[in-house]
Design a protein around this ligand. Structure first.
Ligand SMILES: [Zn+2]
Length: 337
């Protein structure tokens, strides 16, 4: 896995490390910021044996010793960013920083005795998930646990509105909702740099997914968040996936437009019939998703997030029969009249 193209030195002296991912996203960006002594590591990646080897080889190539990593900063708790935080902390003693909300989510989703996998699977079944996919989704969700273990023992919190020093810059901390609860962004007014995690990705639209027990209306949170940070004067965005880019405000407009179009498309797909979220999902994203639990889970969560928003906008009506003994009636949506 040792790939010499995995590390790029950026014009500002940081290292961008493309940490491999076993998904269609291909890689997550870790950033290494030089400090007076040692380095700060942002978003170390998913935990697996291959990725541990990748880091060992990368550090050997760079002449960085593990103990040179003094601080680990996480933009959000998703496994592709947070997964190796505990592994690194065990080996380096580095302090780990993230938002309190993100940490609480990591523990709820992947902690001891978690119930989230069951809650999400049950919610998906109520939204019409084909029953033959029930176990696949549950196993898929439980499978993330090993990809984030060990979780960091000792976590320190950063909150929106704070100032946070790293890489010789005193950053303004912003919050970004919708993609992940408690997501953090770091902005420097002087240089115009923005470390944005997955909030404002180039080329790809971050997944906006409804999650059992999470944000009840994540698409609204996401769009409000984008509008809230759209005024920042940004020269370079350092995203969690793909490469650093500069067309920040244009990208925000594109993302807002994308979700507005998707809402109109889903309204069309519902048409004159009642449909479950799973039916809308298959019409929107294609039935081949049944062969890929990872993508199916993202697609269904994304569909529900849009349907929730459309209901709040008064475009559709939710029909939710009461649960009775042994029955699991499907939630359906129809066009509002
Ligand atoms: Zn990500």
């Amino acid at each position: 896995m040792g790939d010499e193209n995995a590390v790029s030195e950026l014009p500002n002296g940081w290292l961008q490390v493309k940490v491999p991912l076993p998904y269609s996203l291909k890689w997550v960006n870790a950033y290494l910021l030089p400090e007076q002594t040692g380095w700060t590591l942002i978003d170390p990646g998913l935990r697996s044996e291959e990725i541990e080897s990748f880091w060992n080889e990368t550090f050997t190539d760079l002449g960085i010793r593990l103990q040179d990593i003094r601080t680990i900063v996480l933009t959000h708790h998703h496994p592709d960013h947070y997964g190796l935080a505990g592994w690194f902390q065990e080996r380096t003693g580095a302090s780990v920083w993230m938002s309190k909300v993100a940490h609480a989510n990591a523990l709820r989703l992947w902690g001891e005795n978690e119930t989230f996998s069951d809650e999400l699977t049950e919610a998906f079944l109520r939204h019409g998930l084909a029953e033959e996919l029930e176990n696949e989704i549950r196993i898929h969700m439980r499978g993330f646990r090993e990809k984030v273990s060990p979780q960091p023992e000792d976590v320190q919190y950063i909150a929106p509105g704070d100032r946070f020093s790293m890489g010789g810059t005193e950053w303004e901390v912003y919050g970004g909702e919708g993609h992940a609860p408690g997501h953090l962004l770091f902005y420097d007014r002087e240089s115009g740099w923005l470390i944005c995690g997955d909030q404002v990705l180039p080329d790809i639209t971050p997944n906006i997914g409804w999650m059992a027990g999470g944000d009840p209306d994540p698409l609204k949170s996401f769009m409000d968040s984008l509008r809230g940070i759209g005024h920042l004067d940004v020269s370079t965005v350092f995203p969690g996936h793909r490469n650093p880019y500069s067309s920040y405000q244009q990208r925000i407009e594109e993302l807002l437009g994308h979700h507005e179009r998707r809402i109109r498309k889903m309204a069309e797909l519902i048409g004159d019939d009642e449909k479950s979220a799973f039916e809308v999902c298959e019409l929107m994203f294609g039935a081949r998703l049944r062969n890929n639990a990872h993508n199916l889970r993202f697609a269904l969560a994304e569909t529900i997030a849009h349907l929730v928003r459309m209901e709040k906008l008064g475009l559709i009506v939710r029909i939710e029969p009461a649960v009775t003994d042994g029955e699991r009636p499907t939630i359906r949506y129809r066009t509002a009249r």
